[in-house]
Design a protein around this ligand. Structure first.
Ligand SMILES: *Cc1c(COP(=O)(O)O)cnc(C)c1O
Length: 401
């Protein structure tokens, strides 16, 4: 769609998606790395035992928790796509976020988190981090270079998520990263919405890029996983934290995510196209006040998306002109294609009324009507639009408009 300066080789990512994570010594010449289910790995000799335990971070079979070629292949693939120095795998996106944060903060530190962050990120900061003596300030996602005014002597980290996965404000990552660099802070980005295909935070200067692989990387709503990819200065810290906390994923789950990853390019192109079509239709609907989709001008920070991102994906929200959250039952109940459920990034469409007001502290959310989040799947867009049209007609009749 747009030419992207920060992720210049995105168009080559389709080739990388097929070649990456396929080292011959791990695949033995078959196309995909086999699923190695393992706990115990056997050492033939005393010398082999001593050699393999000498460096538990090296990729030789040592113990199941440290991975097998199945997990390492996925790590390699994500590292290459994110343009990082190394990747650790986690049992969920939330685990990837919490471990990434723990790898850089210490008791007494202060951190900055975007007010639009995924809610469990906020819960971790307000719960466990607070208990550890780490103080959090939430910042307006549209703050850009103004973030410098919030940096204190003990600030250690800026945590960004762009766009936020409910209200979709775009963050000026280059300006935020420049402020962080000036004060020698770490930057962690939740890259779940864009995926490494549409944004490369590490190329832009972030230290760690996190993906909820549960979403687009896996892509089929059948696996939970998180990835954290770090640059050179932070990878050892990330790996140490993950090892100390005993983080591991099964070979079966790693295989599923690696299989999903192979089609990420074609899936995202279709999610993007379908979402743009459905969003354009919704934008003209008389009951819709605003479409919160980064590719649309209504979306705060739209010009940042245009400048920094190589594309848009299937998740966006709409703000309705009238009605309450209770009333939205008339939109969502009885939908043929848009089912309600948490998560997103699978091949199927989803709908979820989601009130942003409770998950904010630095900014306030105001709108006349409720917010509804949509994930646009790979179904035919005419069918999707007809399904939404029926829901909105029922809503209109219920409100007596
Ligand atoms: C879903 C999600 C996560 C968490 O992923 P899980 O695998 O569900 O733990 C993190 N960030 C964003 C933006 C998400 O949408």
């Amino acid at each position: 769609m747009t030419d992207n300066k920060k992720t210049p080789d995105t168009r080559k990512s389709d080739t990388r998606l097929t070649t990456t994570g396929r080292r011959k010594e791990w695949t033995h010449g078959i196309v995909n790395p086999p699923v190695y289910r393992a706990s115990t790995c056997l050492f033939e000799t005393y010398q082999e035992y001593r050699e393999r335990v000498a460096d538990p971070a090296a990729r030789h079979l040592f113990y199941g928790r440290k991975g097998t070629p199945t997990q390492w292949s996925l790590e390699d693939a994500v590292t290459e796509l994110e343009n990082g120095s190394g990747t650790m795998l986690f049992p969920s996106g939330v685990a990837a976020i919490t471990n990434a944060i723990l790898s850089v903060v210490r008791t007494g530190d202060h951190i900055l988190i975007t007010d639009s962050a995924y809610d469990p990120t906020r819960s971790f900061a307000n719960g466990m981090l607070k208990m550890m003596g780490v103080e959090t300030t939430y910042y307006d996602p549209l703050i850009a270079g103004g973030i410098e005014a919030l940096i204190k002597k003990n600030t250690k980290l800026i945590f960004t998520e762009s766009p936020g996965s409910l209200t979709f404000e775009m963050q000026d990552l280059p300006a935020i990263i420049a402020a962080a660099k000036k004060h020698d802070l770490f930057v962690i980005t939740d890259n779940t919405w864009a995926t490494p295909l549409f944004l490369n935070p590490i190329t832009m200067g972030a230290d760690i890029s996190v993906n909820a692989a549960t979403k687009y990387l896996g892509g089929h709503s059948d696996v939970m996983m998180g990835t954290a990819t770090a640059n050179e200065r932070t990878f050892k810290m990330l790996r140490r934290t993950a090892h100390q906390l005993g983080q591991t994923v099964s070979a079966d789950d790693a295989f599923l995510v690696l299989r999903g990853l192979r089609t990420l390019g074609v899936r995202l192109k279709q999610h993007e196209e379908n979402a743009l079509k459905v969003a354009a239709w919704l934008k003209d609907h008389p009951l819709v006040e605003r479409v919160l989709h980064p590719a649309f001008e209504d979306c705060p920070g739209h010009e940042i998306w245009e400048r920094d991102f190589a594309g848009s994906t299937g998740l966006f929200s709409i703000v309705l002109k009238a009605g309450s959250y209770e009333d939205t039952a008339h939109i969502v109940d009885g939908r043929k294609l848009f089912k309600m459920g948490f998560s997103w990034g699978g091949y199927e469409s989803l709908i979820l009324p989601s009130d942003p007001t409770g998950a904010r502290s630095a900014t306030t959310w105001a709108s006349n009507g409720p917010v509804i989040r949509l994930h646009i799947g790979l179904e035919d867009t005419e069918d999707l639009i007809a399904d939404l049209e029926a829901g909105l007609a029922a809503y209109k009749a219920h409100l007596g408009l």
